[in-house]
Design a protein around this ligand. Sequence first.
Ligand code: EPU
Length: 432
Amino acid sequence: MVAAETTAGRLGTGGSILVRPGGPLSGAVTLQGAKNSVLKLLAATTLAEGTTTLRNVPAISDVESMGDLLVAMGAEVGRPAEGTLVVRTPADLVPEAPYELVERMRASIVVLGPLVARYGQARVSLPGGDDFGSRPIDLHVRALEHLGASISLVHGVVEARAPRGGLRGAGIVLEFPSVGATENALMAAVLARGTTVIDNAAREPEIADLAAFLNRMGARIVGAGSSTIQVEGVEELSPVEHSLIPDRIEAATFLAAVGVNGGEITLLGARADHMDLVTHKLGQMGMRISPCSEGLWAYSSGKLRSVDISTLPYPGVATDYKPLLVAMLAVADGVGIVTENIFSSGRFRYVDELGRMGAQIRTEGHHAVIRGRERLQGAPVRAHDIRAGAALVVAGLRAEGETEVTEAHHIDRGYERFVDKLRGLGADVERK
Ligand code: EPU
């Protein structure tokens, strides 16, 4: 097994993506494993000494970043085969996440819970992450404090310490069903003494996947995927093999692509049950989408109708779908109102980029009003974050002339072989 190299020179080296309009998309695309699942599973490998094997792992730069973080703490990380990631966790990991690594990716904060649970202490720099709005960690901190941890912020580093005898189970009521806070609480509770009940927990499929992984390791969790999760603490966990769930946001990205462009595609391995509301919305917009034996089948004539959409915690329409849906509404017939209920209004920044392509969008606070038009115009635009970048590529499929999406390294954080996969469906895209 080899230690992970640094990110430089592998993925995420920048560049841009060129997009030109073309004929209908057609064919099948195999979905990657879920980014927002694998990052947390990698954090959970710190809970047990030994060798963990993860399958269906996407080759994306966020996975490299989390791998680099594990290596910095003393683990070994290797990719013996495509889609397989192996992590060897030593008995004594250094429970510290340095700024250079944490600032690459906000999700690194989820190592705080498992580290303090297993090692009695942890030091994690305050995270950076996607370039949208302020993203506090107060809910993570309060949840761990309920389990008995003392937490302080010292020179930009969050320091957590367990009491003598370790964390103890407790009732935790989250003020908001935060995905990250639920995951941190869950990964801490599995090794706490006694029973923990997390109420108002996030219900995302990635939380259920994390719980399935932890249970396989020997944890005793029930209710993950619902609002109340109950955990009986255990003394020790063991490393296991686990295959990730498919990435529902990547799936929605290809649905948006075929939606604006027109065509007929199959998403191999998609879980229709993870995407109920978004596929329902896309149906209202005029697409035809059905579960099939291989995953999900979708057809679009390219003619879309506007709808109103509000983002909500799962099972609501995910905030991560929103830039894609806004790109679709920009070329739909009529006026649609999109309301953001999860993040601050900073998550509408890509709207200015779509405006450069001629999209007619007005934002006010948490709302965007989108007046659709037949076509957009190709233009140079900038990817501010993962999903916004993908949405600009999607918009380019329905724009006259060429669209150049710069800072494509943001897209590489979450999408494996994005350009190749789109080209495989017949899209005229290339990496520059
Ligand atoms: N929040 C707080 N305090 C906290 C934690 C969160 O106020 O302690 C607020 C946030 O500021 C935000 C809201 O609660 O307004 C939701 O945040 P949440 O904690 O649920 O999000 P997250 O765990 O930071 C994950 C995904 C995001 C996705 C959100 C919402 C990962 C790595 N990231 O973030 O995905 O947008 O849940 O579903 O799982 C992406 O994949 O591109 C991405 C950004």
